[in-house]
Ligand binder design. Structure first.
Ligand code: ZN
Length: 308
């Protein structure tokens, strides 16, 4: 495979309080992991600024203006109990979006087979009208809409293996049969949504995993729920909300996935991408808060994207 790696250069400028799990050190760990010789074949690109007005494709019209107004002149301001904004946060969100759109462009123009975008902050908890869970703007959702609007892709699948349910992504697409959303996540856990009986208009598939379960339960859930539904949907493009907080080392959740589980799920999704959409996968980093678990998960995921 030809795999594009898109990296942010201004990721440190989104400030979070000391001890906050969503910190700049996450992307330092990811960059270090992906600098190993086994990744020499990656096509590398710095994330350009993306147009934040595109947030209107998925968020309320007053969503972005409210975020702009919330920026403090200095320091950090809390938006919710766990979500913060600093003076330059929206610049970082803009390169996160620009990175995702660069990945989208490379994949949809056929310049590369797939792409991984190492970006922060995560986005999948950002709902139509509300920020939450460390997320300011729902980057994966905007990328899905841009794939349709700019590139003419019709059927977009978003698969989310972050340990938390992507309440924002489900909220945005729950009434839209052109976008498929499937999530595997620990339940009970923040944000509390993602019950298996939440089906949207037949386009939502939730696999709830019990705390302390590991790869066997995850693989069964994908084999029984997510993979057949994804195959049946026959997407033109697969966007991954790639979180690595289901890793056994992660401090925010109690699933017990190891590197081989991230390899397995990536490979299974690639099998469907090969059969249904010419290998087209754009993978966006979401969560992952233990630096060792994050770098191990990302290494395995990207190595699989690259080598099959
Ligand atoms: Zn998460």
């Amino acid at each position: 495979m030809t795999t594009l790696l898109v990296s942010q250069t201004n990721y440190e400028e989104h400030l979070t309080p000391k001890g906050h799990p969503e910190c700049a050190a996450r992307l330092v760990a990811v960059a270090e992991a992906l600098s190993a010789p086994e990744f020499d074949a990656l096509v590398r690109q710095d994330a350009p600024y993306g147009d934040l007005f595109l947030a209107e494709l998925v968020h309320d019209a007053n969503y972005l203006p409210a975020l702009r107004d919330a920026r403090p002149a200095e320091g950090i301001r809390s938006l919710t109990s766990d979500t913060v904004i600093s003076g330059n946060s929206l610049d970082v969100v803009a390169t996160g979006l620009g990175g995702a759109l660069a990945g989208l462009r490379g994949v949809l123009l056929g310049e590369v087979d797939n792409a991984f975008c190492a970006i922060r902050p995560p986005g999948h908890h950002a709902e139509i009208a509300d920020t939450s869970g460390f997320c300011l703007v729902n980057t994966a959702a905007i990328a899905a809409r841009e794939a349709q609007r700019k590139y003419g892709a019709e059927r977009i699948a978003i698969v989310d293996f972050d340990v938390h349910h992507g309440n924002g992504t489900q909220d945005i697409f729950k009434d839209d049969p052109s976008v498929f959303y499937a999530s595997s996540h620990q339940m009970p856990l923040f944000p509390g949504t993602g019950r298996p009986d939440e089906h949207g208009v037949g386009n939502i598939f939730n696999a709830a995993l019990k705390p302390k379960t590991a790869g066997a339960e995850m693989r069964a859930a994908y084999n029984e729920i997510i993979l057949p539904a994804l195959d049946n949907f026959a997407p033109d493009l697969i966007i991954l909300s790639a979180g690595f907080d289901a890793h056994i080392l992660d401090p925010l959740a109690q699933l017990e996935w190891v590197e081989d589980d991230f390899r397995w799920v990536t490979g299974k999704l690639m099998d469907i991408a090969e059969r249904r959409c010419g290998n087209r996968i754009v993978s966006l980093l979401e969560g992952g808060y233990d630096l060792k678990g994050l770098s191990g998960g990302v290494s395995t995921h990207v190595a699989t994207l690259l080598n099959g």
